[in-house]
Design a protein around this ligand. Structure first.
Ligand code: SAM
Ligand code: SF4
Length: 475
């Protein structure tokens, strides 16, 4: 994969801040895209090349509706040709909402006295994880506020606990983390518990805006947060997720900065982010932003397409903050992971819907509250294979997102078969009859599309073994 890094005013050095806001602004003010330029940039990406910041700025500034459509179409083509039709599913598990920070956009901020503070007890974690397993979930992201109670040792203990909780055929095979930045030693501690990805969002990369949104607490230190995933890398934790909270500042700036962050990680550690997230601000308890930087649905789907083209190898995550319609549309532009069956009130997975009504709804609202099965059924009907695959990380095939993208035939050899096998487990163990019927038809169709009869037969053999009671078969 070709990528020629640019020379930046702040050169990339490990553990050193790297964003120069005026430089990003200059890229944006100098980018004057015309049709030819934009088409050439899209063509470069379709050849599986990473885009430079200058090229990304061309896509960001391409406001002509015809070009926006071409960008979206490019992203659609890239997604199809590179990734095929798998969508990885996960669920968030909020473990504790105590927080010493005061982020102006978040219901968990310390000054929100209306928020009921809670950390799940051991028994509650067991009940929550069992409830998630009962639905068929296999991949979780654990979410924590920033608080001395949530030390690296505590987070590591929770991770180990979650892996041990098994109900029926249910088990959690990958635990990702979204929590406060750690020191190098802390990242090491959490990594040793066997986590997948450690996500930390910069929220906004614009230094002045950042300071305004984070008036107190550890999080007010822009540089400390910006270099947090450098510390993760120094700790040997190379599976990291970056993100920006859209709606806080100009989306164009933060898209550029996400690419700048990607370039930094590549330059210093030779590995880019495993995932990029782009949560969009949602109203939260006693939080009202003035809406100046609100991102419309049109711009939101456009920025997803731009990210897809700019970093063709990285996983893109879209959460249930967004409604079902936007999520369905965004899948086309390269989103590769979504949550499903999501509940963000602490302790709500194990409760009946009536009892969950009374729980504290403080952090923000979610807009897609469909069950895991409803989301899976829609995916299947649209021709996507829902996947709970965790094979690469458990086999030590690190950098799988990169291999998927760069190793010819990797997806056909590993990802699609594993998606079919994890879907088979779901159909056998959890799916209602109507979903199961649609799922079997999809698997049959996928098997027929394989170019190798031997491989199709091998997968069929494993499907039969799962039907006969074996679990966790993967390539
Ligand atoms: N406390 C940790 C932190 O701040 O990094 C992790 C947990 S925090 C709940 C996870 C993410 O939720 C934040 O990084 C932020 O991007 C997002 N978030 C906070 N408030 C939000 C809101 N009102 N709407 C949408 N997302 C929000
Ligand atoms: Fe705390 Fe994270 Fe919410 Fe900020 S975004 S108030 S750090 S939970």
């Amino acid at each position: 994969m070709k990528f020629t890094p640019e020379k930046y005013r702040i050169p990339d050095e490990p553990m050193k801040p790297f964003v120069d806001a005026s430089e990003i602004e200059q890229y944006l003010s100098h980018a004057k895209p015309d049709k030819t330029i934009v088409r050439n940039v899209i063509a470069k990406s379709l050849e599986k090349n990473r885009l430079t910041l200058a090229e990304t700025a061309m896509l960001v500034n391409a406001d002509d509706p015809e070009l926006v459509e071409e960008i979206k179409d490019g992203a659609r083509r890239l997604k199809k040709s590179v990734y095929g039709n798998r969508i990885v599913l996960f669920a968030p598990l909020y473990v504790g909402n105590k927080c010493t920070n005061n982020c102006r956009y978040c219901g968990f901020r310390i000054s929100n006295k209306a928020a009921v503070r809670k950390t799940l007890s051991h028994n509650e974690i067991v009940s929550e994880v069992e409830a998630l397993e009962d639905k068929g979930q296999k991949r979780l992201i654990l979410v924590f506020g920033e608080h001395p109670d949530y030390s690296p040792e505590y987070i590591a203990d929770v991770v180990r606990m979650v892996y041990q909780i098994k109900k029926g055929n249910g088990e959690i095979r990958r635990v990702n983390i979204n929590a406060a930045p750690q020191e190098i030693e802390g990242f090491r501690t959490v990594k040793e518990a066997g986590i997948g990805t450690y996500q930390i969002f910069q929220e906004t990369y614009h230094p002045e805006a950042y300071v305004w949104y984070h008036p107190s607490g550890h999080k007010k230190d822009y540089g400390y947060r910006l270099t947090s995933l450098d510390r993760a890398q120094e700790a040997g934790l190379d599976d990291v997720g970056i993100g920006a909270l859209f709606g806080l500042f100009d989306w164009r700036f933060d898209v550029m900065a996400l690419i700048r962050h990607t370039n930094h990680l590549e330059a210093c550690y030779n590995v880019g982010p495993h995932t990029i997230s782009f949560p969009r601000y949602q109203e939260a308890s006693l939080v009202k932003l003035n809406g100046k930087y609100r991102v419309s649905d049109k711009d939101f789907t456009r920025l997803i397409a731009i990210l897809r083209l700019a970093v063709p190898y990285t996983g893109l995550i879209l959460t249930a903050r967004e409604n079902a319609g936007i999520r369905k549309e965004a899948l086309q532009y390269g989103v590769s992971q979504i949550d499903a069956g999501t509940k963000i009130e602490l302790g709500s997975y194990a409760l009946s819907a009536d009892n969950a009504q009374n729980l504290d709804k403080e952090q923000f609202r979610i807009n897609d509250d469909r069950s895991l099965n409803e989301v899976m059924e829609e995916l299947i009907e649209t021709g996507y294979i829902p996947s709970f695959c965790t094979a690469c990380y458990r086999l030590g095939r690190t950098g799988e997102h990169f291999m998927e993208f760069s190793v010819p035939g990797f997806i056909k050899r590993f990802c699609s078969p594993n998606a079919m096998l994890t879907l088979t487990e779901y159909l056998v163990d959890y799916a209602p009859d109507t979903t199961a019927e649609k799922g079997w038809n999809l698997i049959e169709k996928e098997l027929k599309l394989l170019d190798s009869h031997a491989r199709a037969d091998d997968i069929r053999g494993r499907i039969e073994r799962i039907k006969a009671g074996e679990r966790d078969l993967y390539y």
